[in-house]
Design a protein around this ligand. Structure first.
Ligand SMILES: Cc1ncc(COP(=O)(O)O)c(C=O)c1O
Length: 502
C-alpha cells in the first residue's frame, strides 16, 4: 500500500495538522464541529493553526512561499501576486479578475517562464482566489518546492515524469474502456471539468448549460462564475433534484433553445443520488448537445459511464490516488459519439500539459493497486451503511445502494459495487449532531476517496455562505459525509457505534 491505511487525526490537539501526516497532504484536521464553523468564519484560532488545507481552497504553505517570492520579483507597492502553471492559465485568471472587478491586472513571467504571476491590487485578491478554487489550474506544492529550492534539488527527471504520465493515461484508459490517446490529464478534477466547459463554450459561446442534479460545489460554480454570461445564475439551468420529471423538462428546454451542454454526476455529491443518465444521453443525441458525466464518486471501477456520455471527467485526487497527497484529474472522450471529432480538434488547440511531473510520479505509484482497493472499500461502506441505517438515532443514510439504486445499477460493471462514500443525517439533528461529530474517532477533514476513513460536515465546509439555498435543495446543514477506507470493518463500525452512544 502506497500510504498508511490508518490515520488517527480526530483529537482536539490535532487541529490544523495535515491528513495524512506528510508535507504534501491535501487534507487538514478540523476535529470538532466548531472548528469547521471557525474555519468558515475566518476565526484566527483555527486558521492560524492550519498547517495546510485542501489546496484549491487553502493555499499550501509552500505555494504561498512561491507567491511571496514572485510578488517580491514582480509586484509594486499595494499589489499582490497569484501564480499559475502557464501563461494561458494566468491570462484566464487575469481576464476573470479584470472582468469582475475592473481592476488593472497584468501577467508577469517568473522563474524563467516556469510559472506566471497574475499581479493585481491587493483589494481584488479574493476574486483571484475564486478563480484558483473553481478552475483548479493550480501550482501544486511540489512544483513550488522545486522552484524555490532550485530545480536541481528536485529529483524528478523529465523522462521519468513523462513515462509516469503515459502509464497514468493507459491506466485510466483501461478503467474507462477507451484508448490512452483519448485520455487527458490535469492538475485537479476541477481543471478537467473547466476544460470541458471551455470546449463546450467554444462550440456555442452564448448558450446556457444544464446542471442536472445537485453537484459538487465547484461543478456548479464553474458554470456560473466562469461563464461570461451575467448575472452568473443566468448561465446555467439548474435541476437540483435531478428527478424523472426534470428529465422531461430538459427535453422541453432543448426544444426551445440550443444548449451549451449537460453536466451530471453519477452518483452525486453529497447525496449520492443517481439520475437517469441513459434518458439524458438519449436527449443529448436527439437534441444535439454534448453531455459530460463526472464519475468521481463511482470510484474508478464500479460504473461504466463512458458509453452514455461525450466526455467523462474524474477527480483522480480521490479513489484513483487513495493517498490523499496529490491533486489530479482526467477527461476522457467517447469516440462513438457525435461530438468526438469536434472536441478532439478543439483539445488539440486548448490542451496544455500543466500536470506537474513529480505529482504524476506520486499518482502513478498511488494508483497501482486501485482495482484491488475499491472492492474492499465497497464492502466496508455497504456494511457500515447497513449498520447506521438500523440505528434509531439515525434519520437518513444516503448511499447509492439505497438511493436511485436502479439507475445506478444500470451502469454497474461486472463485480462493481456501490462505492465508499455516504452521507448521514441524525434524528433531532440540531441537538445531536455536534456531540456525535466531536465524539467520532476517525480522521476528520475535507477530501474523500482516501485509503483511510475520513469524514467532514460537508454542507458546512462546501456551502457555508449559502446554507438556506442548499437546504432548499434537500441537503441538511447537519449532514456528515463519510468516505470509508480500508481499515478493518469491525473497527469502523465500533467508531460510529461509540459516537452514537455519546
Ligand atoms: C464529484 C466531484 N467532482 C469533482 C471534484 C473536484 O475535484 P478536485 O478537488 O480534484 O479538483 C470533486 C471534489 O471533491 C468531486 O467530489
Amino acid at each position: 500500500m502506497a500510504t498508511s491505511q490508518f490515520v488517527s487525526r480526530w483529537r482536539g490537539e490535532d487541529l490544523g495538522q495535515p491528513i495524512p501526516e506528510e508535507r504534501h497532504a491535501v487534507s487538514v484536521c478540523l476535529p470538532r464541529w466548531r472548528d469547521n464553523v471557525g474555519y468558515e468564519e475566518g476565526d484566527q484560532a483555527v486558521i492560524g493553526a492550519m498547517r495546510c488545507g485542501y489546496p484549491r481552497f487553502f493555499i499550501h504553505p509552500d505555494t504561498a512561499r512561491l507567491f511571496a517570492e514572485c510578488e517580491r520579483q514582480v509586484a509594486r507597492s499595494g499589489e499582490c501576486a497569484m501564480v499559475f502553471p502557464s501563461e494561458r492559465v494566468a491570462r484566464r485568471c487575469a481576464e476573470f479578475v479584470s472582468r469582475e472587478t475592473s481592476a488593472a491586472v497584468r501577467v508577469a513571467s517568473c522563474f524563467d517562464d516556469r510559472v506566471y504571476a497574475v499581479v493585481m491590487p491587493k483589494s481584488v485578491h479574493e476574486t483571484a482566489k475564486m478563480f484558483w478554487q473553481h478552475a483548479g489550474e493550480i501550482v501544486p506544492s511540489r512544483l513550488a518546492v522545486a522552484l524555490l529550492d532550485g530545480v536541481r534539488a528536485s529529483s524528478v527527471s523529465l523522462s521519468e515524469a513523462s513515462h509516469s504520465k503515459q502509464i497514468l493515461r493507459e491506466r485510466v484508459a483501461a478503467l474507462q474502456g477507451c484508448l490512452a490517446d483519448d485520455v487527458y490529464l490535469f492538475p485537479s478534477g476541477m481543471a478537467a471539468i473547466f476544460m470541458a466547459y471551455r470546449l463546450f463554450q467554444r462550440l456555442r459561446p452564448d448558450a446556457r448549460s444544464v446542471q442536472f442534479g445537485f453537484p459538487y460545489v465547484d461543478n456548479l460554480k464553474v458554470q456560473q462564475q466562469l461563464s461570461h454570461i451575467r448575472p452568473a445564475e443566468n448561465a446555467v439551468v439548474f435541476f437540483p433534484r435531478g428527478l424523472e420529471a426534470d428529465v422531461a423538462e430538459v427535453g422541453r428546454l432543448a426544444c426551445s433553445e440550443r444548449l451549451l451542454g449537460l453536466f451530471v454526476e453519477l452518483p452525486g455529491n453529497p447525496l449520492l443520488g443517481s439520475p437517469d443518465v441513459s434518458a439524458l444521453s438519449e436527449l443529448s443525441l436527439r437534441h444535439d448537445f454534448p453531455m459530460l458525466i463526472d464519475d468521481t464518486l463511482a470510484a474508478c471501477v464500479n460504473l461504466n459511464t463512458l458509453p452514455v456520455a461525450d466526455v467523462v471527467a474524474t477527480s483522480l485526487t480521490k479513489y484513483f490516488s487513495g493517498g490523499g497527497n496529490v491533486l489530479a484529474g482526467s477527461l476522457v472522450l467517447n469516440r462513438e459519439r457525435p461530438y468526438y471529432e469536434r472536441l478532439k480538434s478543439l483539445l488539440a488547440e486548448e490542451y496544455e500539459d500543466i500536470f506537474y511531473g513529480e505529482d504524476a510520479i506520486v499518482l502513478e505509484r498511488n494508483s497501482r493497486d486501485v482495482a484491488e482497493r475499491i472492492p474492499q472499500i465497497n464492502r466496508n461502506a455497504a456494511r457500515l451503511c447497513e449498520f447506521l441505517a438500523e440505528r434509531p438515532g439515525v434519520a437518513d443514510v444516503f448511499y447509492p445502494a439505497r438511493t436511485d439504486r436502479a439507475n445506478y445499477e444500470r451502469h454497474l460493471r461486472p463485480g462493481g459495487g456501490f462505492g465508499g462514500l455516504f452521507s448521514v443525517v441524525l434524528r433531532d439533528a440540531v441537538a445531536k449532531t455536534e456531540r456525535f461529530y466531536d465524539a467520532l474517532q476517525i480522521a476528520k477533514g475535507p477530501n474523500l476517496g482516501t485509503n483511510f476513513t475520513l469524514c467532514c460536515p460537508f454542507t458546512l465546509l462546501a456551502h457555508y455562505r449559502e446554507l438556506d439555498f442548499v437546504e432548499s435543495c434537500g441537503i441538511s446543514r447537519y449532514l456528515v459525509r463519510v468516505s470509508v477506507g480500508l481499515e478493518d470493518s469491525d473497527w469502523q463500525i465500533e467508531r460510529f457505534a461509540e459516537a452514537l452512544r455519546a
